[in-house]
Design a protein around this ligand. Structure first.
Ligand SMILES: [Zn+2]
Length: 118
C-alpha cells in the first residue's frame, strides 16, 4: 500500500483560485504595458523648426525608444510568468528553486526569482 498523500502535486502552494487571480493580475499588467507602448508609438515628434527643436525631437525619440524597450521587456517578463503559471513552476525562484515570498508576488506578480537572486 503506497501512501497517496505523498503523491500530491508540488504546486500545492497555489490554489486554483489564487492561480486565476494571479493570471488576471498578469493579464491586466500586460494590457497596461501594451497600452503604454501603443501610446508612445503614436507621438510623432515634429521635425520642422530650427536646430534646437530638432535636437529636442531627437532626444524625445531616444527617450521613447528606451521607454518602449522597457515596456516590451516588462511584457516579456509577464508572459514568461504566465507560462510558469501554466507549467506549475510559478512561485518558485528560477535560480535557487526556493519559494518566492508571497508578499513579493503581491507587489510584482511577474517575479520569477526570489529577493536574493538577480
Ligand atoms: Zn532565488
Amino acid at each position: 500500500m503506497g501512501n497517496i498523500a505523498d503523491m500530491d502535486p508540488v504546486d500545492e502552494t497555489l490554489s486554483p483560485e489564487q492561480r486565476e487571480r494571479i493570471r488576471g493580475l498578469l493579464m491586466r499588467a500586460a494590457e497596461q504595458a501594451r497600452e503604454r507602448e501603443g501610446e508612445l508609438g503614436v507621438h510623432e515628434p515634429s521635425w520642422c523648426g530650427d536646430v534646437v527643436d530638432q535636437t529636442e525631437a531627437a532626444t524625445e525619440l531616444q527617450l521613447q525608444a528606451m521607454l518602449t524597450e522597457s515596456e516590451r521587456r516588462s511584457i516579456e517578463r509577464i508572459e514568461h510568468a504566465m507560462r510558469r503559471l501554466d507549467d506549475g513552476s510559478y512561485g518558485r525562484c528560477e535560480h535557487c528553486q526556493q519559494p518566492i515570498d508571497p508578499r513579493r508576488l503581491d507587489v510584482a506578480p511577474w517575479a520569477t526569482t526570489c529577493v536574493g537572486c538577480p
